[in-house]
Design a protein around this ligand. Structure first.
Ligand SMILES: [Zn+2]
Length: 580
């Protein structure tokens, strides 16, 4: 009889060594939910416009019992396929946590038994592929899609590029056309790589276009292939927090939640206030991006900042990637924040410890030094960096990034060359042989965040009988790292309700004070203080009293059972029974 861990290993569809298409990803999540129905629930949160389900896993026993939960999603950007592998890796590791016996679980990311135990109390929500339509299109055609290959705009009376295969190889990559006014030249060092032209560069020069055709072409004027030319919406600009319409925010979509994918995530998030941590996986950069996105760190509550600092320290140690503030290091233009993104929604509107990870540190792979602001990596690649990139592609990526230009006949533009760059594997995403280490690092880091969960318990501290009245004093404790309100920034949110206790006296028992049927407990502190929070000054270290405990007293007349339900929608509920 194979052990549960062996059974789990046998279900692996290879997501740590290759990029799964929709069919293989579906087979993976189905295999888990069918083999371990008590630990893994598979649901679809909705359907895409092309009819694909939006798969969502809940990992943990008794999935409807509300308790602290974490969320991870991947692949909201179509080309950022590695996020799906990382999300699936986390799902599989969460399953291993539950399936491993106490003695054989030790190997899981060096999590000690007390942490594995804590983690088994946390529900794990996993949405491995937020945009299956987009991912499928990228995998099958190579074309550029930001989120999903769709455009429902009504204004179509202008010339515009429509991506598609021209030379019959099934892929839609790039086209170059020789032109004395072209803005690009071919690199002398890296065959096939086009570089922005400089004054000193001798001809030939090239125009660079997407592989495809021009709708409403007048035969002369070639339109600009804009960022989202024939794929209208960027899901990561379509969330309701601080949403701004087009053209103030490119990719905003018609209205917040206008796409079935973002809508499904918003609805789930609103139905699940118990989500306290949220990892949103992207791929390009090798960095974690945390709040605030619109304001400097001085505007963040210092306790929240200390918690993020702690997470940054683990994350950097376990993955090698730094964690930076979106506002401080990730705005292309310092006074223009990005609007409508998912992690800001999850942080501000849902009160979760939410952040982005960019899973592939290509810049570091090619030896670039970290610039002052992380975002400058993206805009400050020199020619020397690009030469290194070409070299890296040949030596570590089988030369898959920069590929030959092949002559083709374009129905509108005449002679063109097609090919040039296929950035899917190795550039936008890690090469397949690096995926496993990326998955492992991210799991190790995020499972530690999940282990910060608040953890309620209740115990009797006193009991006294006088005549037919029993006095029972109960302590409600939070033994978790985080407070029951999670973040100071989240305290004002309506769903961040304080703890309360509903009491019922059953049998021959009766509450002496009817108002005791519902008692407010308030919020309870956790033990965690973040990293370098002011309270942890090593020479002045002291507890903040014992604000993680509240004591309540009941007076019950007669004999029977006192039944209590303690908690909140934020941290879930626990039950307690006292015989009286
Ligand atoms: Zn992205």
């Amino acid at each position: 009889m194979p052990s549960p861990l062996d059974r789990l290993a046998a279900l692996d569809r290879g997501f740590r060594t290759r990029y799964l298409d929709h069919e293989a990803l579906t087979a993976q999540v189905r295999a888990w939910s069918e083999a371990f129905p008590d630990l893994c629930r598979l649901r679809s949160l909705g359907e895409t416009l092309e009819g694909r389900p939006l798969w969502h896993l809940t990992i943990g026993p008794d999935p409807d019992r509300i308790r602290p939960a974490v969320w991870v999603d991947g692949n909201m950007h179509a080309s950022e396929l590695a996020g799906s592998s990382v999300a699936l890796g986390l799902a599989e590791d969460a399953l291993r946590l539950h399936l491993a016996g106490d003695d054989d679980g030790a190997a899981l990311h060096h999590l000690g038994p007390h942490l594995r135990d804590r983690l088994r109390q946390v529900l794990v929500y996993v949405m491995p592929r937020m945009s299956p339509d987009g991912a499928e299109c990228v995998l099958k055609t190579g074309r550029y899609v930001r989120s999903a290959p769709r455009d429902r705009r009504a204004n179509r009376q202008h010339a515009r590029w429509v991506t598609g295969d021209i030379d019959g190889d099934g892929l839609a990559l790039l086209m170059r056309v020789e032109d004395p006014a072209g803005e690009f030249v071919e690199s002398a060092d890296v065959p096939n790589m086009l570089l922005p032209r400089r004054l000193e560069d001798p001809p030939p020069y090239y125009r660079l276009y997407p592989e495809g055709t021009i709708e409403n072409f007048d035969g002369h004027q070639v339109p600009e292939p804009n960022f989202l030319s024939d794929n209208q919406t960027d899901l990561n600009r379509n969330f309701p927090y601080s949403w701004h319409h087009e053209p103030e925010q490119t990719g905003a979509g018609a209205f917040p939640g206008s796409e079935p994918e973002s809508r499904a995530v918003i609805e789930f998030a609103h139905a699940h206030p118990e989500i306290f941590a949220w990892l949103n996986c992207h791929t390009f950069g090798g960095v974690f991006i945390r709040p605030l996105g619109e304001q400097p760190d001085t505007k963040m509550h210092e306790e929240d900042l200390a918690v993020f600092r702690e997470i940054a320290a683990w994350s950097e140690e376990l993955t090698g990637y730094p964690m930076v503030s979106g506002f401080e290091e990730f705005l292309y233009e310092p006074d223009r924040p990005l609007y409508g993104d998912l992690s800001e929604f999850a942080f501000h509107q849902r009160g979760a410890i939410a952040y982005v990870v960019e899973l592939w540190d290509l810049f570091r792979q090619i030896g670039m030094k970290r610039p002052k602001r992380f975002v400058d990596y993206y805009t400050h690649m020199t020619r020397a960096d690009l030469v290194n990139l070409g070299k890296w592609d040949r030596e570590h990526n089988r030369g898959r990034g920069f590929i030959p230009w092949r002559p083709a006949r374009h129905p509108q533009l005449g002679d063109v060359e097609v090919g040039g760059v296929d950035p899917r594997f190795g550039l936008w995403n890690p090469p397949e042989d690096r995926l496993a280490e990326v998955c492992a690092g991210q799991s190790a880091a995020f499972l530690r965040v999940a282990a910060m969960a608040p953890a309620l318990s209740v115990s009797r501290v006193a009991r006294e009988v006088r005549g037919d009245v029993t006095r029972v004093a109960l302590a409600v404790d939070n033994t978790g790292y985080l407070p029951t309100y999670i973040l100071q920034a989240a305290r004002k949110l309506e769903h961040n309700e304080p703890l309360s206790i509903d009491a019922r006296a059953l049998g021959g028992a009766e509450l002496l004070d009817p108002a005791a049927a519902r008692l407010a407990v308030g919020h309870l502190d956790g033990w965690g203080r973040g990293l370098y929070g002011s309270a942890t000054l090593i020479l002045h270290g002291q507890s903040r009293g014992n604000k993680s405990r509240a004591v309540v007293t009941y007076h019950v007349r007669g004999h029977g059972v006192l039944e209590l339900r303690i908690g909140s929608c934020r941290v879930g509920w626990i039950d307690h029974r006292e015989e009286v």
